[in-house]
Design a protein around this ligand. Structure first.
Ligand SMILES: Cc1ncc(C[n+]2csc(CCOP(=O)(O)OP(=O)(O)O)c2C)c(N)n1
Ligand SMILES: [Mg+2]
Length: 580
């Protein structure tokens, strides 16, 4: 071919290409149009190039070592930002690995979208044995709020928009978006493609509570002799921090924060009843729940923990079905937390009566007694460390660095940290959530560092850490300011259990004695420290928080220090026969 002809042909091809777009680019454009800045995932067929292109287009794409951690990262990104966190997985096994996190997001009411590549529909539906064959849409459906599949490039805009709106509107949750391999390469006219994109306007519309509902709630609250406010993680999610604080302070009512609502008002606030939990649950007569559900974490609102005295519940929640789920709700207030609390605040007026003084006195005295009882235990310098000695120093570090995000999982390592470490700012404590699930640790730590730019302190049981431990390579690779403290007590709950069958197998709950988790991070260029005393622990954590370098501290805890299942040993079924 003559030179000119070659040139002309190249020009025509380039021109034609300029006028075309494809599935890859439309998905990226749709996500960017809707403000998506981060994706958490694991590459592979059919989404490897998609990840590369998204990165090239300016989205931060975090590659994990396992999809479950990427999914947990996306779920907590949703909680922290009120925008859906995005997890990206390959077909069948990658999808299934991500699915636990999607279900977790739904259970915890975190907005998240699991985007998964999938294999060829024609082959999957005829069950002809495609590469990574699975009917992913059908499997995802019961575990999430909504599930969609996009088959045509021109529908990508609508598909992404629906996924976003479903994830964040009403009660937030997990959404599945199925993108078959063929879709990525589908080519359409660029102008048509651009027109097909949808920017989601007002993705989570305010849901204003009915004025009668607000009045009813305030009437019930006013009638209380022993009122209590319980703040749940829904209240933390709402980012209505000022309104919630004003409401609590204007009413003067003692408040009890659920685990991830700690810090909405500081745990050291004079109205905080965290250290008098059992007293306020038993003795209160009117309980106002704000973004907290009466599930197992609150003993379903009945039984021994709640005492015999009659109680009235007021519940603020965006989901009408939540009302009366466990006990009668005397005053349901349905709407988004921000709108509901603002309406309640307006309704208080100028002359809201303070709660009866004897109730405040009861709560304050109980709280002070419990805090005083705990204080000396937190100052012990025992070697090997117990949980209290180790947590005593970590508690001070968190007090000095209130903007750091605390990630926490384990059994004793969870329950004792929750009880001992005060939190001072909203959304600074993220943990195992509604399921009490192990494995959120490194995914949460990574997303918390990425989404907030703040330093992260992860306090992990040695078992809990193991579920996502390989992600410390991810922490090092992205050079994130994450300090992981492993409470290493040689096992699950305790490292002292013995195999009752004899023989050489270890007991089911114990791990390698004296394991050195700190060595793991050194393999990836991070800082590893073995800390055997509270002083060493304090020095190592402070150095990590000052430097911002990825750090893993193996905190050696007395293997006999913990108790079975931490604070929830009562949930274990008992055999009447084997106990002789
Ligand atoms: C996904 C999942 N698997 C298993 C469990 C059961 N479980 C509850 S706590 C726990 C580990 C507790 O040990 P560790 O993290 O070392 O904390 P410790 O009590 O020893 O401080 C396990 C395995 C769970 N909650 N979630
Ligand atoms: Mg342990």
């Amino acid at each position: 071919m003559a030179d000119a002809a070659v040139k002309e042909k190249t020009a025509t091809t380039a021109e034609a290409e300029q006028d075309l777009t494809d599935g890859f680019h439309l998905i990226i454009d749709a996500l960017k149009l809707n403000g998506v800045k981060t994706i958490y995932g694991v590459p592979g067929i059919p989404i490897t190039d998609f990840g590369r292109m998204a990165q090239a287009a300016g989205i931060r794409v975090f590659s994990f070592r396992h999809e479950q951690s990427a999914g947990y990262a996306a779920s907590i990104a949703g909680f922290l930002t009120k925008k859906p966190g995005i997890c990206l997985t390959v077909s069948a096994p990658g999808f299934l690995n991500g699915l636990t996190a999607l279900a977790h997001a739904t259970t915890n009411c975190f907005p998240m979208i699991l985007i998964s590549g999938s294999s060829e529909r024609e082959i999957v539906d005829l069950q002809q044995g495609d590469y990574e064959e699975m009917d992913q849409l059908a499997i995802a459906k019961p575990l999430c709020k909504a599930a969609y599949r996009v088959l045509h490039a021109q529908d990508i805009g609508i598909g992404v928009a629906r996924a976003i709106r479903a994830a964040v509107s009403g009660r937030p949750g997990g959404v599945y978006l199925d993108l078959p391999a063929k879709l990525f390469g589908q080519v359409i006219d660029a102008a048509k493609g651009e027109k097909s994109l949808v920017k989601v306007i007002d993705a989570a519309p305010a849901q204003i509570p009915a004025p009668e509902a607000v009045k009813r709630a305030l009437d019930v609250l006013k009638s209380a002799k022993k009122p209590l406010i319980i703040l749940g993680k829904g209240a933390a999610y709402a980012q209505a921090d000022d309104a919630i604080r004003s409401f609590v302070e204007k009413t003067g009512i003692p408040f009890l924060p659920m685990s991830m609502a700690k810090g909405l008002l500081p745990d050291t606030h004079p109205q905080c009843a965290g250290a008098a939990r059992s007293t306020v649950l038993k003795e209160s007569d009117v309980v106002l729940l704000i973004g907290a559900r009466l599930n197992w974490l609150l003993s379903h609102g009945r039984g021994k923990a709640w005492g015999d005295a009659p109680k009235k519940f007021i519940q603020v929640d965006i989901e009408p079905k939540e009302m009366d789920s466990n006990v009668e709700i005397a005053a349901p207030v349905v709407g988004d937390i921000g709108s509901c609390v603002s309406a309640l605040l307006d309704g208080l007026g100028a002359k809201w009566p303070a709660p009866p003084a004897d109730w405040i006195k009861t709560v304050t005295e109980k709280r002070e007694t419990n805090v005083a009882k705990m204080a000396p235990r937190l100052q012990n310098n025992n070697v090997p460390m117990d949980y209290h000695g180790a947590l005593g120093v970590l508690r001070t570090i968190v007090k000095e660095r209130p903007d750091a995000i605390l990630v926490n999982e384990g059994a004793n390592a969870l329950d004792l940290t929750r009880g001992i470490i005060d939190v001072y700012q909203p959304r600074k404590r993220i943990d195992v959530g509604t399921w009490g699930v192990m494995g959120i640790g490194m995914g949460y730590a990574i997303a918390a560092a990425v989404e907030t730019g703040k330093p992260v302190l992860a306090i992990e049981g040695d078992s809990a850490f193991g579920f996502s431990g390989m992600e410390i390579e991810t922490v090092c690779r992205y050079n994130l300011p994450v300090c992981v403290v492993i409470f290493n007590n040689d096992g699950i709950y305790r490292g002292t259990d013995v195999n009752k069958g004899g023989g050489s197998d270890p007991a089911t709950t114990v791990f390698v004695k004296g394991a050195r988790y700190d060595k793991m991070i050194e393999a990836f260029g991070g800082v590893g420290v073995n800390a055997t005393s509270p002083d060493e622990l304090k020095r190592a954590v402070n150095a990590a928080m000052d430097s911002g370098k990825p750090t893993l501290i193996n905190a050696v805890i007395d293997p006999a220090a913990g108790s079975e299942s931490g604070r929830i040993g009562n949930l274990n079924p008992q055999s009447k026969i084997s106990k002789k």
